[in-house]
Ligand binder design. Sequence first.
Ligand SMILES: Cc1ncc(COP(=O)(O)O)c(C=O)c1O
Length: 450
Amino acid sequence: MTQHKTAGDALHVERAEGAILHVRKGDVEGQTRPIIDGVSSWWVNTHGHCHPKIVKAVQEQAAKLEQVIFAGFTHDPAEKLTRKLISTVRTEFRRCEGSALEFAFYSDSGSTSIEIALKMAIGYFAEKGEKRHRIIALDGGYHGDTFGTMSTGSRGVFNEQFEPFLFDVKHMPFPRKGIEGKVLSYFNRYLKKYGSEVAAFVFEPLVQGAAGMRIYSPAVLKKMASMCREHGILLIADEVMTGFGRTGSMFACSKAGFKPDLLCLSKGITGGFLPMGATLATREIYKAFYKDTKAEQFFHSTSFTANPMACAAAVASLEIWEDEPVLENIQRVCESHRRAAGWFSARPDVAEVRVKGSIFAVEVEDDNGGYLSDMAQPLYDFMLDNGVLLRPIGNIAYILPPYCIKEEELEKIYETLWRGLDMVRDRGKKKASEDDGRAANEHRRYQNVA
Ligand SMILES: Cc1ncc(COP(=O)(O)O)c(C=O)c1O
């Protein structure tokens, strides 16, 4: 996701704590300047960098058992994590319809957690002897960069080169405000025709991250889920970004009132310390592969599955959720975002401001919008020069901070973003007047020649 020919030099991070990255100044080791991590280091960090409880857990685990094959072997951190995850999910989804998520498969990233869920869904129907060859997803969805996840993700500049190698997925229109009814009836019509051939519906619940923090209604998601249930379609919730508090509750899906059949977690699972993916599944899915022959087992391996240090980090992170006021912090961040949303939405150059839990997004008016919008790079550079890391997605600038972020740090982000948008606006005006000047010159030259 970096064009090396045009990007500046990468910044050298020496250390980090809380929401602050200490970035090397010039080339001098030990001399640093602070940068506020306004994107939780690509949405992974939840409790702040180098949280002492996670540091301690990882150090202790590294000294005891750093890694071991997890086929035919088990260990304390994996067992502890599984018990904790299953009970957290049980509590969070207690009022939701659907079967309990009782089993966990560990891998090492968000993409692998989805890839594994897809394989489980396809394998589940194969084991049951049902022919279901279709997958449905939402337009604008992003599920990772492996081939299976690129196939389920929306098509665009990200994956254009690979398009001929991607498998077919039906992308349903995104149910944005105002067209929900139309989308639901389209969804219904499609399922009436093909529902019995669909294996799974893959979706990012409530917020599509990479599409630019696009928000949709829990009631619509619930309706989509119940239509899928009527046709026996498995629900794969991609909570890689939304999981672990981003939308204001532990998981986004529970707000829509149903339990998915497969729940994909990553990023915040270890508090953002170590790579880990988890695919949680129902007993029914587990049982589909629980047979007498090896040929019917679930075929997937990941060398570092259930890495003991990653499991220890994840257990420590879940303990922080129990011991510290994490939800209160998210609520505080959300309230600050709402206040800031009031100011930003009054700007004439802002098309929309979106807030969901700890996520804040400003969509800037831009005729040449989308991922390749030319405002993203100057805004990114401006923010960094002023001590803030934001990484706009095209014409959408968003803030997704660690929950420990202080009020004054948030204020600094809003204030810098405000000035950054002024810079983008003035730059646009300057460019427009230069373009006008060039056009007038061309016209004069043409008249002289004529
Ligand atoms: C919703 C969602 N799913 C999956 C992924 C892929 O995760 P990873 O980059 O860890 O493979 C991402 C990454 O941003 C994501 O936002």
